[in-house]
Design a protein around this ligand. Sequence first.
Ligand SMILES: NC(=O)c1ccc[n+]([C@@H]2O[C@H](COP(=O)([O-])OP(=O)(O)OC[C@H]3O[C@@H](n4cnc5c(N)ncnc54)[C@H](OP(=O)(O)O)[C@@H]3O)[C@@H](O)[C@H]2O)c1
Length: 144
Amino acid sequence: MISVPYSALPEVGKELAGLIKGKVVIDTCNPSPSRDGGIATWARQKGAGLASAELLPGARLVRAFNAIGYTRMGQAHEQPGRIAMPIAGDDAEAIALASRLIRDIGYEPVLIGGLAMGKHLMPGTPLAGEHSAEEVRKIAAALR
Ligand SMILES: NC(=O)c1ccc[n+]([C@@H]2O[C@H](COP(=O)([O-])OP(=O)(O)OC[C@H]3O[C@@H](n4cnc5c(N)ncnc54)[C@H](OP(=O)(O)O)[C@@H]3O)[C@@H](O)[C@H]2O)c1
C-alpha cells in the first residue's frame, strides 16, 4: 500500500521502482491541488488512476481506500458490509487482494471499473463518503 501526499509520489515511485515492479500496489493517494500543487492539477486532468500508474510504473495497481475518510474506518466492522468501498483497477489479482482487505475491516468492496475510473475515487466526488453497495453501483454507472 502506498499512502503518501500526491506530491511525494514521483519520488516514492522512483525510490521504490525495483521493489514494486510486478507487485500488487494499493494506491490510496488523492491529488489535492491545495496540498500537492502542480502535480495534483496534472493528475486530476489525467485522472488519478492513470496518473498513479504512470508514477508507479510496473506496479499492479488498484485504487482503494481513497473515497472514505479515516475517521470512521475503525467503525465499519460494527455493521459488516453496510458501507461500500469503491475500488478501481485492471489487475484481477490486485482487485482480489484489495477486496479481501476491505472485507476484513468491514466494508463491502465494489469494483467501479478500470484504473481510468480511478479519477472518481477521491473526496468531493459523488462516490466520496458512505454509500451502500447498491448506491455505489448506481453512482458509478451514471459516471461512465
Ligand atoms: N486521511 C484520510 O482520511 C485519507 C483518506 C483517503 C485517502 N487519503 C490519501 O492518502 C494519502 C495519505 O494521507 P494521510 O492523511 O495519511 O497523509 P499524511 O498524514 O500527510 O501522511 C503522509 C505519510 O506520507 C509520508 N510521506 C510524506 N512525504 C513523503 C516522501 N517524500 N517520501 C516518503 N514518504 C512520505 C509521511 O511519512 P513521515 O511521517 O515519515 O513524514 C506520512 O507517513 C494522501 O494522498 C491522502 O489524500 C487520505
